[in-house]
Design a protein around this ligand. Structure first.
Ligand code: ADP
Length: 500
């Protein structure tokens, strides 16, 4: 029998009821690391002290005749690493001695880890799918891996300016504190799109927030649709990380990135719907106001004519028709803006480039605005360099100027508006400055987007389209448009166009 045991590919040992090893085959040596010489005659070293009582108890049961069928045992190998064993134990009676226990062991560590990983990922999938709110998703991601796979987990995201922020952590650390392994590692991973790991616990990282401690870490990129959103970090001081842990972390990161992407697409879609709804309510209001004024005006003129016939005061008729004309023009502008939205959104902006002297165009638009500026008591100053020439689309530039000047008038609170034109580094530069309500810093980046507004519709009418249209036109001509503004002090819109 001993020869069969020695030749068996399965790990087999023979123990006394007190756990002393009597036989230890080469397969057991390969599985657990101790040689037969090292363990024979000694108490089985593969059972850690905390499991000894349970192990001895099972040996006693086996000695009494119970066959232990694939019992699980959390053991350790000679190198100290953890091992999960399934153990079959039965009693044997040597001819000349007390009963002994014959055990066959199977290493189920990998199988158990694989099963645990599958369970973990299945659970993670459910947790991640449970919310479409970005912040909640981030928190959930951070908490998923703690404590099963890490003591601390951090979620890092890249912001618009290319900086990296820690947006969620789990498993300790002060709020706002960057968990180990620190920002430098995270930035490298985000830039390269490749994971970084320190598998062992041996060396402390002096640059980390836990300076002096020893820990293993995994840092994996959060990637979706070929783009790196950020990174996840997993840190533990309890064990080493291996290739399987890395694969699991990468799979978790892939699912988390997908969930984050869904959350942000959902947020964008909701924002777009909100803007459209707001726009529809503003648009109907805006279109109705001039029509109501128009109807009143026409009715009053018709009533006057009916009363007085040929005696109707021509001056009154002229003033009335002027007002009608103004309302019709306003209505036309609004409708044109609406037409532009569909045209520009479909990418169908066709430019008609002609040689143009920009100063002349500015003067022309300013003249058109004169009566409106005069009516609201807003002074208008022009400072125009001569001979600023280029190949531009005349009607479209007129539209840009009209938008900027009507905004300066609308939001200018009656303070002087100044239009400046000069040439800077070969580019035509046009500035429209007002001393009006200004724009809060946080609104600046989105004003040139469609339907975006920084004022309430109750105080100021408008579609939130003028600046978006202006940007489309200016960019189509190879230029750009920007704004500088201080809330409460005024705004300067600047357009630069390739000159000559
Ligand atoms: P609208 O004026 O129709 O709302 P615009 O696209 O022309 O749309 O402008 C977008 C937003 O930018 C406005 O709603 C307003 O909040 C802000 N804005 C534009 N011009 C000025 C300005 N000169 N001063 C202050 N705010 C401005």
């Amino acid at each position: 029998m001993e020869a069969i045991i020695q030749a068996s590919p399965a790990a087999i040992m023979l123990l006394d009821p007190d756990g002393t090893v009597r036989l230890w085959n080469p397969a057991a040596e390969r599985m657990l690391g101790w040689t037969a010489e090292e363990v024979t005659g000694k108490v089985l070293p593969a059972v850690p002290p905390e499991h000894w009582d349970a192990f001895r108890h099972s040996l006693e049961r086996a000695t009494r005749g119970t066959v232990l069928d694939g019992a699980h045992l959390a053991g350790r190998r000679r190198d100290g690493s953890a091992v999960q064993l399934a153990v079959w134990t039965g009693r044997v009676h040597p001819a000349n001695g007390p009963p002994q226990c014959l055990s066959m062991m199977v290493d189920i560590t990998e199988r158990q880890r694989g099963e645990a990983a599958q369970r973990f990922l299945a659970e993670a999938g459910g947790v991640l799918a449970g919310s479409l709110e970005e912040e909640e998703t981030l928190e959930r991601v951070a908490h998923l891996a703690v404590p099963a796979y890490a003591e601390t987990c951090g979620v890092f995201l890249e912001d618009e300016s290319g900086g990296v922020r820690c947006v969620a952590t789990a498993g300790g650390g002060e709020p706002g504190e960057v968990p180990p392994p620190g920002l430098a590692v995270v930035m490298r991973v985000i830039q390269s799109g490749r994971p970084e790991t320190r598998s062992g616990l041996s060396d402390g990282d002096p640059t980390s927030a836990r300076a002096g401690g020893t820990f293993a870490y995994l840092c994996v990129p959060l990637q979706v649709r070929g783009h790196t959103l950020g990174a996840l970090t997993f840190v533990t001081s309890k064990r080493a990380y291996d290739a399987q842990d890395l694969a699991l972390a990468q799979e978790l990161a892939r699912r988390a990135a997908l969930a984050l992407d869904n959350a942000s697409l959902y947020r964008d879609a909701r924002q777009a719907i909100r803007l459209r709804e707001e726009f529809l309510s503003i648009a109907s209001h805006e279109l109705k106001t001039p029509i109501s004024a128009l109807v009143l005006q026409v009715q009053s003129l018709m009533a006057g004519l009916a009363r007085s016939g040929a005696q109707f005061d021509p001056e009154r008729l002229r003033r009335g028709l002027e007002r009608v004309d103004r309302q019709v023009k306003r209505q036309t502008l609004l409708v044109n803006d609406l037409l532009d939205v569909s045209r520009l959104s479909a990418g169908k902006l066709e430019l008609v480039l002609v040689p143009l002297e920009l100063g002349a165009l500015v003067r022309e638009v300013a003249e058109r605005f004169e009566p409106e500026f005069a009516r609201s008591g807003t002074p208008l100053e022009l400072s125009l360099a001569p001979e600023v020439r280029g190949q531009w689309d005349r009607l479209r530039l007129d539209q840009v100027l009209t938008n900027l000047m009507s905004n300066a008038l609308k939001y200018g609170r009656g303070n002087p508006v100044r239009v400046e034109l000069d040439v800077v580094e070969g580019r035509a530069r046009l500035r429209v400055k007002d001393g009006g309500i200004g724009i809060a810093r946080e609104h600046l980046p989105r004003l040139f987007h469609r339907f975006e507004r920084a004022v309430s519709e109750r105080n100021y009418g408008g579609f939130g389209l003028g600046l978006w249209i202006a940007r489309q036109i200016v960019e189509a001509m190879g230029g750009y448009i920007e704004v500088d503004s201080v809330l409460g002090e005024g705004s300067t819109f600047r357009v630069e166009l390739p000159h000559g």
